[in-house]
Design a binder for this molecule. Structure first.
Ligand code: FE2
Length: 239
């Protein structure tokens, strides 16, 4: 989002693009209980853009878990995303599942890392929860995407994070944003999923930065009590 409703990113009106995704959801039969928003909510470092984001998503009428991305400004995002029904890097138990949002951002850098403090916070949350299954939500991918430029701005300690998550024996699913393209693979026994943007996408497998011509997208994830999930990637208005 931009403070300006006409704000464009690489020739696309970001508000109109997000609205297309929301309209697709509202027009369909599939109903969600939660929304996970995996960072990079705004582009122009303005509090107004966060308020615009909030107004646009409120009609979803559900709890919405947000984590920051490298384009976010924590001090502006936190107060807006901490007001219900939004939450910021929060934790929630839903049935047999524990949802945990992690902060993977480093001030002033496009790439990320999960700090030792954030990892300790996660371990304390997990130790206090009886949930059988855990889903982790963060902005940066903990694995290489096979795209030279993108892999220089991933999660610096992705392997360490995945090993820590594996040690809990309960993390089944990790979802991330940042890469503007689909990803779904298993690492250390954990299903790792990336979802394209609600705006423009990046060219998969490209050595240099490149914008793809695929449409906005979102992903529908259904968590089952046995630890499995079903998920479906929805490309919005793809001809
Ligand atoms: Fe990002």
């Amino acid at each position: 989002m931009f403070a300006d409703a006409d704000g464009e990113l690489r020739g696309t009106n970001t508000q109109a693009s997000l609205q297309q995704v929301l309209d697709h959801y509202h027009a369909g039969d599939w109903r969600a209980q939660r929304a996970l928003i995996t960072g990079d909510l705004i582009q122009d470092n303005s509090a107004e853009a966060y308020e615009r984001f909030r107004e646009l998503l409120l009609p979803l009428n559900m709890r919405m878990h947000c984590v920051p991305g490298n384009h976010d400004v924590r001090d502006l995002m936190r107060p807006v995303c901490n007001r219900p029904p939004f939450s910021y890097c929060a934790t929630e138990e839903v049935g047999d599942w524990l949802l945990v949002g992690l902060d993977s951002c480093i001030n002033g850098e496009a790439g990320g890392a999960v700090t030792p403090q954030e990892l300790q916070r996660f371990e304390a949350i997990v130790a206090a929860s009886p949930a059988k299954h855990i889903m982790v939500c963060l902005h940066h991918p903990p694995v290489a995407m096979g795209s030279k430029w993108l892999d220089t701005v991933g999660l610096k300690n992705g392997e360490e994070l995945l090993r820590s998550l594996q040690q809990t024996g309960r993390v089944r699913l990790l979802v991330f944003g940042h890469v503007h393209q689909p990803y779904d693979a298993e690492h250390h026994g954990i299903q790792v999923i990336g979802t394209p943007s609600t705006c423009r996408q990046f060219k998969p497998g490209s050595d240099d930065f490149g914008v793809d011509d695929r449409p906005p997208a979102y992903r529908r994830i259904t968590l089952h009590s046995n630890g499995n999930n079903d998920n479906e990637l929805i490309w919005v208005n793809e001809s």
